[in-house]
Design a protein around this ligand. Structure first.
Ligand code: S3P
Length: 441
């Protein structure tokens, strides 16, 4: 099979209701916490993507059994000291920064050296942001110049730490919280705002974690060494995966889309706030609360009058995975859009800020860049009719999906490589765009 797709026609108008697979961040956290609970957990609507499957295979290597049933995964945790680390083991994280970083926290009490390795893209990403705070707990870590493979040997004498998380990284915050679960005493974290699924999940398990929200940061206290029981959890749909369909609908003619039961946690809906500031009228209907998380249906329709935005930096963290697709909306909006302080984008699955700038120029959009700030000069009349080949993007799933949306909404003849990249977060992506009427070879 060729590992590329061809798109030669814009999508025709559509009016549909769709469901999107489970949230990736919550799925990985459910697998990891279920592996540390005492007894059986049942996780419904778990995202079956490579990042999550690699998490499941890894807990199995650590001696935790799981089994797939028709609509849930059963995971049999053995408590906070339940991983079997009697042997040296290698864990394969694939493309998943979240799994690789969070599992390091849970290995704080391992008996032997455990290695974590990843694919090409993950192997060039920084791990010092995780290993520096974890070393303060008193465990031993070796890395390849701050990159994978990371080898970690836990300690029986962990000590609680005070940690200031200033990147706004939920992965850093969560890795430290996970190490704190194993550590006697109280670990204190001051964390710049970022997605808070770990905290909410632990609260729903009645784990002694206290969160005091301040305007720009949270003060978190974790009282370690409390076992918790197995749990049932139904993972809501993924807002990051949904965002591609939000922009596809906005940029297509006379279309309407309802996306059912999506996680709309405040720390994740930057994309909706930003698009609405650009004149979109995205609505949340049927709001519900589930174990501390907010969910709702999302309703979106075509918008001919998108306008540029001076994007507040305060929204960066809550839209961190959605900027590629937001930039595409800005390319078709009236006026100039400004985005600032987006250096973190270059630390993702690919250097996304660099790739985005090149991509926008390739489709004829003027972009200026000063370090980590960019200006996009939107063109509401943008229509493409050239040939576009998209490759060498380090198999970044989100670059692939954004390119498909560009092809389906702007025209032109496209060949987009590395189709299998979608498997890391959203294996159903192609199936769903086809369901909306896309003509894809
Ligand atoms: C994630 C946190 C974010 C995000 C990633 C998933 C998580 O990374 O980009 O896709 O599940 O905690 P950072 O924490 O590095 O910002």
């Amino acid at each position: 099979m060729n590992n590329y797709i061809q798109i030669r026609n814009k999508i025709r108008k559509f009016k549909k209701k769709i469901e999107i697979s489970g949230d990736k961040s919550i799925s990985i956290r459910c697998v990891l916490l279920a592996s540390q609970a005492i007894g059986v957990s049942k996780i419904y609507n778990l995202l079956e993507s490579e990042d999550v499957l690699n998490s499941l295979k890894s807990i199995k290597r650590l001696g935790i059994n799981y089994e797939k049933f028709k609509d849930y995964y059963k995971i049999e945790g053995l408590g906070l000291a339940g991983y079997n680390t009697q042997k040296r083991i290698k864990l394969y994280a694939g493309n998943s920064g979240t799994f690789a970083r969070l599992i390091l926290g849970l290995l704080a009490n391992s008996n032997n050296e455990i290695s974590v390795v990843g694919d090409k893209s993950l192997s060039v990403r920084d791990f010092s942001r995780i290993t520096d705070p974890l070393e303060k707990f008193g465990l031993k870590i070796k890395s390849n110049k701050s990159k994978l493979p990371v080898k970690i040997k836990g300690s029986n004498y962990l000590r609680p730490i005070n940690y200031f998380e200033k990147l706004g990284s939920a992965q850093c915050k969560s890795a430290v919280i996970f190490a704190a679960l194993k550590t006697p005493g109280i670990t204190k974290i001051i964390a710049k705002k970022s997605r808070n699924h770990t905290e909410l999940l632990l609260k729903s398990l009645r784990f002694p974690i206290k969160v005091v929200p301040k305007k720009n940061y949270d003060i978190i206290e974790v009282k370690g060494q409390h076992n918790f029981n197995g749990f049932n959890y139904r993972v809501p749909g993924d807002i990051s995966s949904s965002s591609f369909f939000l922009v596809l609908t906005l940029l297509s003619k006379d279309s309407e889309l309802i996306i059912k039961n999506i996680n709309v946690n405040k720390s994740r809906i930057g994309v909706i706030k930003i698009l609405n500031k650009m004149n979109a009228k995205i609505l949340l209907k049927n709001k519900k609360k589930y174990k501390g998380e907010e969910t709702s249906d999302i309703i979106v329709s075509s918008e001919k009058n998108l306008k540029g935005i001076n994007c507040p930096k305060s929204l960066n963290s809550s839209a961190i995975d959605e900027f590629l697709i937001i930039f595409l909306a800005a390319a078709k909006a009236k006026g100039v859009s400004t985005f600032k302080n987006l250096g973190e984008l270059n630390n993702k699955e690919s250097p996304r800020l660099d790739i985005a700038v090149n991509f926008l120029k390739k489709i004829g959009i003027k972009v200026t860049r000063k370090k980590n700030d960019i200006k996009i000069y939107g063109n509401p009349k943008l229509e493409l009719n050239g040939n576009y080949h998209i490759k060498n993007f380090k198999k970044d799933h989100r670059v692939f999906m954004m390119s498909c949306i560009a092809a389906l909404s702007l025209g032109g003849k496209w060949k987009i490589y590395d189709t299998d990249s979608v498997n890391s977060s959203f294996p159903n992506f192609i199936k769903i765009i086809k369901k909306l009427g896309a003509n894809i070879n």
